[in-house]
Design a binder for this molecule. Sequence first.
Ligand code: BEZ
Ligand code: FE
Length: 289
Amino acid sequence: MRDINQFTITEAVKKTFKTEPDSRFEQLLHGLLDHLHDYTRENQVTHDEWMTVLNFLYDCGQISTPERHEFILLSDVLGFSALVDMINTKGGATEGSNLGPFYLDDAPRKQLGGDLSDERDGVSILVHGTVTDTLHNPLPGAIVDTWQADAAGTYPIQEQEQGQDKFDLRGVFEADENGRFYYTTVLPKPYTVPYDGPVGKLLRAGNRHAWRPAHLHYIVRSPGMSSITTEVFFENMEYLDNDAVFGVRRSLIAKVAPAKDKDIEALGYQLEKKPDAICTFDFVLAPEG
Ligand code: BEZ
Ligand code: FE
């Protein structure tokens, strides 16, 4: 290794790892080293630039807590999370999108037709649709797990110190015998991703904003099917074309129509609250494997 130079170091480093030949680990590690070293050579990275990157990563670690994972946020604003979502969306299934930091895996079960808004101010919307497989067969009993911000763009979990219940504006529904789910809630507003840390500095350095368009989060699952983690957006809302975390896909933008009495009656749902508007969105799950 004494005769190592800037052109031979990449292979030399790869060889020091005793990885199982042709394993996935080896493929990912070698690919990473190839790209990292090529990038460094191509850009003739200076010591100052190298240290700036390492200090940035150090700062991301310093600000991270179990509730705030700055590296995930970094992945989000770099489009890395979205790219992984895109690569892993199954053909014919609903496109995947950000999980975000506010998911709780023990949200309360709610009855179909229930209201998630807990008397919060704002536009009340009926959210409804069908969960099907890729051949359009309904999936009765599919689980629709949802969480969202309020009409001020805040997740109740962010305001627990102000007395908010972290389980508000979230719930787990079981689709009916026709694969249908329906509930009312409050129309959320756009909000910013956290920008008081190193990722915020990066956004400012690149003249970028931290806003996300209003959305509803979902995890939808059914036995024998690949579950999906995704988001539903609303047409004609701000930031659909410049989401700070690249979560929007055309197929995930739902129409919102005024809730006319006759339309609600025709749907035949038993609703706890009368909505102002109707948002329709269907989920499609692909078979597992
Ligand atoms: C969210 O949608 O809740 C979110 C996504 C990425 C970063 C921060 C928040
Ligand atoms: Fe969100």
